[in-house]
Design a protein around this ligand. Sequence first.
Ligand code: G6P
Ligand code: MG
Length: 216
Amino acid sequence: MSEIKACLFDLDGVIVDTAVYHYRAWKRLANELGFDFTEEDNEKLKGISRVRSLELILEWGGVVKSEEERSELATRKNDWYVEMVSSMEPEDILPGAAEFLRKVKAAGLKTALGSASKNSGLILEKTGLLPLFDAVLDGNSVATSKPDPEIFLKGAEALGVRPENCVVFEDAVAGIDAAKAGGMKAVGIGSAQVLYKADLVIRGLFEMSLEQLDNL
Ligand code: G6P
Ligand code: MG
């Protein structure tokens, strides 16, 4: 049993499904560079920063680029991605996510976003979710990536809640590892086989209730 006072949420794959936009943009880039990029490859990039994702993709395609070229390629990918997410709307929120956030706030708990995406602000604004978060921590707020706990620890600090009173909702293994490394509870969204280190695994926030928080 734990006393949960704050809920911290990853964005991609938990609140919205932007993986498909990342996939399209990376695929377009890979194709321009002369190799393919599959949905399976895309899965491996969940929770991984833009810079690191590009390094991995170039490695998989057997392509070597200078740091300057990599920076240009990352910008090109991001421009396509931003163009796609710019047309997102409240209908693109994953089932149950907004409802659960509202319930959490109504119960007097705090909420924070903890996402590696530097586009988090734009997505929260487009989907109308910004008012449901007491704090927003994104790729611009941290020096290290998940599985380092920095983003969630900073989130807890911004909310004034101790890590042991926080629960993190995550769809990526790196995110569950980050929550655990920070001494927090973790709820996995996805497959129990993959996210086996989580305290509870659900299919989506539509399955989550406040009562379940008491049993973590
Ligand atoms: C999330 C996604 C990753 C993405 C990362 C950075 O963690 O799961 O696939 O690479 O954010 O996103 P950004 O919008 O900053 O490129
Ligand atoms: Mg995610």
